[in-house]
Design a protein around this ligand. Structure first.
Ligand SMILES: Cc1cc2nc3c(=O)[nH]c(=O)nc-3n(C[C@H](O)[C@H](O)[C@H](O)COP(=O)(O)O)c2cc1C
Length: 365
């Protein structure tokens, strides 16, 4: 048992989930000055894990998912902790308070989190000013979405939604290694349903195509709708050369079979993360997408309930070139990505795999 599980986690879990989240971000922000010195100690440097995905060199494939550092307040510390990449956001063109509180809960029985944040963030201009001067030791992903202006705000037109993505991309892409388009926020209406229509996806990609982006773009899409939805996304991306790959988001629905009593879960609006809630669905999406996509053109980023090296390896074997986590860090601490990466290197060695890229999709026929 480490210090995190014996001391830090019990203390953090005495606080409300959102309060603990803000405190962790604040601690990270205060660590920025020492991050450069910390990184060489915590970095994972295993030739077997180093991988180039969409033209970007990653020291290893285990990254931090969007939603932890929404406004880029503690990026330097996070980049020093042994992640192979850090994705910030979701960031929107205008600052947003997100959904009303309470909007974040832990479900310890399921090692899960219920999230109904609704993408609170400081807005693209403030985030640009924070990241513009950074020199990080790992790739930085910037996740963008449409502004959540709250219940009762007049709905945006399709053109306005598309223009919000384009404006954020213009502002933030010069300071990022890749862009992740959040086209599936489970907690906002504009974010959830708009991109169920192929024409809307295409309009957004066409607008981004005109910006002259110099970095790869990934689409974070809904895990719902089965093979038909996967095929719709692939067809929409087909004619847009800016797209390098895909990722599957959380489902807005409550999954069956949780250990937490239904009566408790029903009081919490939002999407549920963690292994019991979302690994199976995202794994199915990864495999189905990998089976169908043009592998010369596209790659997959896998997330959803990754707690161990075995979990990460399973996603890679199903077709993910990169893996991200968030919830496991809440339960297992900030050095987990480092432990998972080292465990992954051992699994690859055990199986005689020379480089992680050679394991991508081996379980998919
Ligand atoms: C607290 C929390 C906030 C999140 N916020 C965002 C977000 O703003 N944008 C986004 O694209 N995904 C967001 N996600 C989804 C994660 O990026 C990730 O896809 C998902 O949680 C599955 O990974 P996990 O089981 O390791 O947490 C959030 C997840 C959590 C738990």
């Amino acid at each position: 048992m480490g210090i995190y599980s014996t001391i830090v986690r019990p203390l953090a879990f005495c606080l409300e989930a959102e309060q603990a989240h803000h405190l962790a971000i604040k601690l990270g922000a205060n660590m920025a000055w020492g991050a450069g010195a910390l990184h060489p100690w915590l970095a994972v440097s295993e030739p077997r894990l180093a991988t180039t995905v969409a033209g970007i060199r990653f020291p290893h494939p285990i990254g931090l998912a969007a939603g932890y550092d929404k406004s880029a307040l503690s990026v330097e510390a996070l980049a020093a902790l042994g992640f192979g990449s850090v994705e910030i956001g979701s960031i929107t063109i205008d600052a947003s308070d997100g959904n009303p509180k309470p909007r974040l809960w832990r479900l310890p029985l399921d090692r899960a989190v219920v999230v109904h944040y609704g993408m609170p963030n400081d807005g693209a201009a403030a985030v640009r000013d924070r990241i513009a001067h950074l020199h990080l030791p790992v790739p930085l992903g910037v996740n963008i979405a449409v502004t959540n202006r709250g219940i009762g705000a007049p709905p945006l037109t399709a053109d306005q939604i598309v223009e919000e993505y384009a404006a954020s991309a213009r502002m933030l892409s010069p300071h990022a290694d890749y862009l992740m388009l959040n086209m599936s926020c489970p907690n906002t209406e504009d974010g959830r349903d708009f991109f169920a229509e192929r024409a809307h996806i295409e309009a957004c990609l066409a607008a981004l195509g005109q910006i002259g982006l110099k970095i790869p773009v990934f689409m974070k899409v809904s895990p719902l709708g089965g093979v038909e939805a996967v095929e719709r996304v692939l067809a929409a991306a087909e004619g847009h050369s800016i797209v390098s790959g895909f990722m599957f988001n959380l489902s807005p629905h409550k999954p069956p079979g949780l250990r937490t009593p239904d009566a408790v879960v029903r009081t919490m609006p939002g999407a549920i993360s963690g292994p019991a809630a979302c690994s199976r669905l995202t794994d199915e999406c990864i495999a189905e997408c990998y089976r169908r996509m043009d592998r010369q053109r596209f790659v997959l980023v896998g997330a959803g309930g990754v707690f161990t090296a075995e979990d990460a390896y399973a996603k890679i074997r199903k077709g993910a070139s990169l893996v991200q986590l968030l919830t496991a860090m809440v339960y297992e601490g900030p050095l987990l990505a480092r432990r998972i990466a080292r465990g992954l290197a051992q699994l690859l060695e055990r199986d005689g795999v020379k480089n992680v890229a050679d394991a991508v999709g081996v379980d998919v026929r």
